[in-house]
Design a protein around this ligand. Structure first.
Ligand code: ASP
Length: 341
């Protein structure tokens, strides 16, 4: 297929321009060429659309908007060879991770990017991030296949698998990290491509937009009182819990906490254990303090991020109702989001 890119604008800092009196306002995507005249130098068509009626700060983007962004890609999937999504950086890792699960059989790149400084400012990182994302999204191999047929995040010289990313810096240009998985590409004077790491699907493309929001994320901390958190354990809507544990999956040996977790397991609530460390993985049973969890009916999230764990649960529980179907998928890496050992 010949190269053509669709830019999908959702809002965030990346689209902010000076209104003329010093206030920053979202730009009109129709004026993208005014902000980045270099776009006309690409020798293939680049078109753009807005995902929403009004641009959104990404703090206001959630499951409803993920579906709209996903639909914009799915509706245009046959027409373009790649997609670049302009998105606020605050929740970009959530949106991009969610979409990595919602799309199956992706054979085209969907690259999320944004910026730390508005496009309308002189020192903005927006222009470089957008231009390089377009270049990466349009890369094809000798057979004409996309080099990065995944949902990715590109920020400040690195292309990452989306469901491995976290926003790790609120002020530096390199705002994103992929703590447990190498970058798919590093961009300097040359492009260094790690093509052997790219997740490739063989199934036909599909977009599943069902999501369950009956999910909670609970982080243990010293002094954590299960009595205080009893309302979470008692919550009748809860179907899935991501439990952020210490180190390799350790929790305080606190009887109310253990009783609460047992109560969830007995009710068939899915518990996915992740580490609150930025880097590393869960190894249940390595210490006595994770032995109780190992014996319970919980799933190890291995080296998955909390961001990917929450969005994966939403996707899996939205699409499958039987406990066995959900369990099977939580135990597998669906889109390269965790490394099993
Ligand atoms: N608050 C902004 C947003 O996430 C920050 C950014 O775009 O970087 O929409």
């Amino acid at each position: 297929m010949s190269k053509s890119i669709l830019i999908i604008y959702t809002g965030g800092t990346v689209g902010m321009i000076d209104s003329g009196n010093g206030t920053l306002l979202p730009f009109d995507i129709k004026n993208l060429l005014v902000s980045i005249p270099e776009l006309s130098k690409f020798n293939f068509p680049i078109e753009s659309i807005s995902a929403f009626e009004k641009p959104l700060d990404s703090s206001n983007i959630g499951p409803d908007e993920w579906k709209m962004i996903g639909k914009a890609v799915a509706d245009n999937y046959e027409k373009y060879s790649g997609f670049v999504v302009l998105h606020g950086s605050d929740t970009m890792a959530y949106t991009a991770s969610a979409l990595s699960f919602m799309f199956d059989g992706l054979s085209k790149p969907v690259i999320f990017t944004g910026s730390q400084l508005p496009i309308g400012l002189l020192r903005s990182d927006a222009k470089e991030n957008i231009l390089t994302s377009i270049e990466l999204a349009s890369m094809h191999d000798a057979k004409g296949n996309a080099v990065f047929p995944e949902v990715c995040v590109y920020f400040e010289n690195s292309l990452f698998r989306a469901n491995r990313t976290i926003k790790a810096n609120a002020e530096n240009f390199d705002a994103f990290m992929s703590p447990n998985f190498p970058a798919l590409a590093e961009v300097g004077v040359h492009f260094k491509l790690n093509e052997s790491l790219v997740h490739k699907s063989t199934t036909p493309f599909s977009f599943r937009d069902k999501l369950s929001q009956d999910v909670a994320l609970l982080k243990v901390f010293p002094g954590f009182s299960a009595k205080v958190f009893q309302s979470v354990f008692d919550n009748q809507y809860l179907r899935g819990l991501v439990l952020e544990t210490y180190g390799t999956g350790n929790i305080p040996q606190e009887k109310h906490l253990l009783a609460g977790l047992n109560q969830l397991a007995a009710r068939g609530v899915h518990v996915l254990v992740v580490t609150q460390c930025i880097k590393g993985r869960v190894e249940l049973g390595r210490y006595a303090t994770s032995e109780d969890l190992r014996k319970m009916e919980v799933h190890s999230g291995h080296d998955i991020t909390s961001v990917a764990a929450v969005t994966k649960m939403m996707h899996v529980m939205g699409n499958y109702s039987s406990k066995a179907d959900v369990d099977t998928r939580l135990q597998q890496s669906l889109r390269g989001e965790m490394t099993m050992v």
